[in-house]
Design a protein around this ligand. Structure first.
Ligand SMILES: CC(C)(COP(=O)(O)OP(=O)(O)OC[C@H]1O[C@@H](n2cnc3c(N)ncnc32)[C@H](O)[C@@H]1OP(=O)(O)O)[C@@H](O)C(=O)NCCC(=O)NCCS
Length: 200
């Protein structure tokens, strides 16, 4: 799904305030603490609670394998001034070159409400449409996750209505609100900018 440029861990994406870069094993402790916060974990389909360092290490290994294969791209988010401190994660998974990417993200609670995920997700969506030929990005939120819905709306996502997904970390099948951003709608919402990425 992702081209060679993202397959190596020197790849990073720059936003005004943040770096989006491959997660590392040295992030595991921070990721376990921030993603293990019940207010964060409970809003996701994939992060169990409790969530320990071993779980986070497993997540990092899987993310790096997925990034290396190009089947997805999962990156840690950090402030530019503290690049080793992972404050959140954003990722896209998918199965083919022309289909759909599934977007997911979380941010440590102490960083909410500063427009950070909108900034990170906008750059990430720009990247997806800039370097792949994917036609659409979808994102699911648990009902009542107003902040996540709002991030998606600010990016131009529109509702596809209710869906049901497997969410093992939430105990089985759950209902979600599915939002979609097509390539055309992304272009209309925020034009086509060149993603600021580094790969050396
Ligand atoms: C969803 C999440 C990533 C948002 O990150 P963030 O950096 O705080 O998001 P932003 O600041 O860019 O934007 C949040 C928007 O939601 C709004 N918002 C937040 N809580 C809200 C509430 N309870 N009611 C109404 N609006 C709310 C904010 O006002 C802001 O909108 P605005 O810019 O129009 O004012 C963060 O809350 C999080 O990690 N939550 C837990 C995990 C999660 O939900 N992941 C997504 C799974 S789909």
């Amino acid at each position: 799904m992702f081209p060679e440029i993202t397959h190596d861990d020197v790849f990073r994406l720059e936003t005004e305030r943040m770096w989006l870069r491959w997660p590392r094993l040295s992030d595991a402790e921070t990721i376990a603490r921030r993603a293990g916060d019940p207010e964060v974990a409970s809003q996701t389909a994939t992060i169990p609670h409790p969530y320990n360092v071993g779980d986070a290490e497993q997540f990092v290994r899987r993310a790096r394998a997925e990034n290396g294969s190009g089947h997805g791209l999962i990156v840690a988010i950090s402030f530019k001034k503290t690049p080793n401190d992972a404050i959140g994660v954003i990722g896209a998974h998918g199965s083919d070159f022309r289909g759909t990417a599934h977007l997911g993200y979380w941010l440590g609670r102490e960083f909410w409400g500063l427009g950070l995920m909108t900034e990170a997700a906008r750059a990430f969506v720009d990247l997806i449409y800039g370097i792949t030929s994917l036609g659409e990005i979808v994102c699911d939120s648990l009902p009542g996750n107003v902040a996540s819905r709002r991030v998606q709306e600010k990016l131009g996502f529109t509702s596809l209505g209710e869906a049901e997904i497997d969410a093992p970390a939430r105990g089985g099948r759950v209902k979600v609100e599915r939002m979609r951003l097509s390539r055309g709608a992304a272009h209309t919402a925020f034009g086509s900018r060149r993603p600021k990425m580094t790969s050396t």
